[in-house]
Design a protein around this ligand. Sequence first.
Ligand code: 5GP
Length: 203
Amino acid sequence: MAGNLIIISAPSGAGKTTLVREVVKRDRGVRPSVSYTSRAPRDKERNGIDYFFVTRDEFEAMVERGEFIEWAYVHANLYGTARRQVEESLKFGYDVLLAIDVQGAEQIRKIFPDSISVFILPPSYEALIERLGCRGDNDDEDLKLRLRNALDELSDYSRFDYLVVNEDLVRATDELMSIIVAERCRRKKRVWAAEKIINTFRK
Ligand code: 5GP
């Protein structure tokens, strides 16, 4: 049975990356997709784990070859999700988490109408500034750009199936886990299990 494709979007600094990491730690049935980006790695980021870091030319060549299921220009850099990685994980029954921006979310909804989308909100503007400032790895221009883009991104929340406010990490992780688990229990995902059980009664 194929897994679910779960889109997670949020303005920069809302804690999406940490939340995804927490969920992956808790549930072995969930796999994050590792995106490709033309942005330079931050301090502790590792190639192949946080992102696949590529040059702009390499990224554009991948676009030409149709290797992305979605890609977008975000905060002055290119980001994309590799088709093969996602399709393979889904085929093996994993739920795949796509931590992508709102433009990518829109593209995925069109190609995968059954995908599930979750929007993560920061508790307030002040909290977002504090988190972005604390990250300590954004230069001033980058920080300003991310804050300017935040309102646009937040305004997109109405297109998402679920909303999670990330005020408290444990609670937000619980909520995200609940969404993932509930989606696995949908009837259409469980028909095969129900039929298998019913067949044992027919012997
Ligand atoms: P950051 O530079 O902070 O890691 O990411 C900036 C933004 O790009 C975030 O909103 C993040 O979710 C988004 N992003 C990361 N990977 C992808 C991707 O593969 N596709 C799209 N559309 N956005 C992505």
